[in-house]
Design a binder for this molecule. Sequence first.
Ligand code: ADP
Ligand code: ZN
Length: 819
Amino acid sequence: MNEIIDVAVPVGIRKTFAYSVPPELRDRIAPGMRVLVPFGRKLLTGYVTGTGRPLPPGDFKLRPVRELLDPEPAVAPSLVEAALWVARHYFAPPGEVFRALFPVGTQVAGARRYSLAPRTATLLDGGFRPPGLRPQEDAVLDLLAGGAPQTLRELADRAGVRGTHAAVDALVAAGWVRAEMSLEAPRVKSKEQLGLRLLDAGADLLASLTPVQRRLVDALGGGREPVPLQEALRGAGCSVSIAKTLERKGVVEIAPAKIQRVPVDLAATTRSVALELTPAQREVFDRILERMRGGAPARCLVHGVTGSGKTEIYLRLIAEAVKRGETAMLLVPEIGLTPMLSRLVVSRFPGQVSLLHSGMSAGERHDQWNRIRDGESRVVVGTRSAVFAPLDDVRLIVIDEEQDASYKQDEAPCYHAREVAWQRMRRAGGVLVLGSATPCIETYHAATREEGGIYFHLPERIEARPMPRVTLVDMSAEFRQQGKNAVISTTLRDELEGCMRRGEQAMVLLNRRGYARTLLCRGCGHVFACPDCSVSMTYHQQENRLECHYCGQEREVPSVCLNCGGPYIHYAGVGTEQLEGILRTLLPGARIARLDRDTARRRGTLRSVLFGFAARELDILVGTQILAKGHDFPDVTLVGVLAADAGLSFPDFRSAERTFQLLTQVAGRAGRGSAPGRVVIQSFHPDHYALHFAQKQDYRGFYDKEVEYRKLMQYPPFSSLIQIVVSDPDEIRAQRDAEKIAGALKARSGRADGKAKARVLGPAAAPLEKLRGQYRRQILLKAGSAEDVVPLLEDCFADLDRRKITSKVHVDVDPLSLL
Ligand code: ADP
Ligand code: ZN
């Protein structure tokens, strides 16, 4: 059949579009292929999501597919289905989801360009004009005279008057102007260079070669793939004339060779061997392997304390998948922060790993993606978006640190990699392994309630190394002793000094970058807030400027208060930049480096600091939550945490969970080697349960308490949340549009039996009321499950499109943060 297909077109509309298929393409077209389709006045790359529909009876006009861009499906059917699930579940435009499946910059697009018809050009050249034109039409002809073809946008911009659209259409209809579609090549393509390819030369011919010719043949490695010419010549130490001679003899041919742009961590070639699993590790490994062999989808949680050896289990499971001829994927929060882990995987599976993460160049990503699609790599290591990697036969996806917020995309499509991975495994009959020392409350809740051995607990560290001893320091007591400028408590100072004396390493975490949180006028109480966001600006001493951490804008530092003109400006709230200086004064001689987004901005700094610390060229790392991420430095024996309760004041129901996770994770960096670890946590609320359970490293205790509160408040996992943020530079318009949406939702949320499908809360000012100059109103939907409410949203938004909502509307299903 295939007379009509469904195509996802990346235009921000929440539906797929039907196109007709020219007869010659009907038996070739399939879901997962890219097609060139007309959309409005443009040609765009679309993605085939469904085929097989016959032409409906009657006079039915559909626009035809212009071109088929892939000879074979670029992504497997199971991935197409998973992507459609993402669009449905997250209420996202299918075209945007499918675009995310492909490397950036590879879309073909085209635009209609206009030029004078030949007879018009002749007329104009002769000093005549077509008769009876309106002024706008005349103006368009003048713009086109003697120039290159132009798009409608270009013409409209240059004409500077309204009605250009209509004028151009009229000129085309009258035949004075010609319209042509022209395609633009994708921005990112394969890179090629001259290469040498070995031909099947006879033994006699090979025997007749001179030694230098022989060397060049050897440098080609015996394969039949072209090798870059320069590389081969360097390898053989000869000049290009030797290559030419060999070509004349028919031993090689000169052919284009693809250059692989290789990300730095893949190029690293250390070797590492598998460790002998401990009995605890083996138990988990065996039981997950059983699942993999069973072939039914399974979602497992490996809940192992920090240092319990989860990584080794992942690596062994991946090895099993590869051994069975399948492929596997390992997702990590941020590869840049854990370069050691990707190197470890690369070293275990040499030549079989591809990397996909945002720290790579577009070219590198393009090449890695193509390698994966062509079946050249068996293992993919990547961050969030790698969950869409076109691996065939993927039967194992491991998500390390599954609680990490970076797995959730905060712009459309707002997917969570964990759920996408699960949709892929459900369809492929594979196993999803979630690993964490502090699983997300929802994950733990689901895993421990379901039957069937999918929850695995590793309560002890490798070799029964002790968990670190954690001390909570009450900073209000400390202030009474040391005075109000105390930053480092006596306890932490003593520990740091002891640690340095013993030649061990330490980490100090403060989750606030910059020098001071804000400038405050002591004369009038004025706070230096961002003009476009409802937050204060952070002072950065090194650059001597104020920066808004939400929108990034910078301001000069005023010498007097902008409000009262007084000179009493105070730097309030210590940040990592200031802390680094304080530690340098406190511990002269200690080698200290800082890790936060400011230092990580310089390319390579992150990597060099992490490797420097691993090589013991540094004694202390100061930094933000970057420090808490999965690092394994065996010589770190002390971890200090400042302002541990800073996150608790966030108006978000997950703030306790996040604080507990951060503290437990960072504490877990201490004492991973043979020497035991200590942790000092400073706070003003040492009695808060998040801190209390973090001190005891008692996940279950925290979970029980937290789940009570979630249940009482009907928060996830006891409900599904959907956040709708309506934003507009005009506060009144934002409020009005938010009211329209909330009203429409409320009107539809009832059910026949009188119960509500969803509770509609708001509109109210969003916790971050103003961002980048936009006023933000928030509506929250609480429902039994997201599946219940998506039809409600669809219905409501279909209607709202007709009601002229001009504000920006952002819908986040299962939001991770409610700012
Ligand atoms: P986790 O990811 O659970 O925090 P890791 O996988 O980083 O823990 O393991 C902690 C440390 O224990 C690492 O240094 C690792 O090399 C080591 N390790 C893991 N498994 C074994 C094993 N079976 N035998 C010896 N050492 C191991
Ligand atoms: Zn701002």
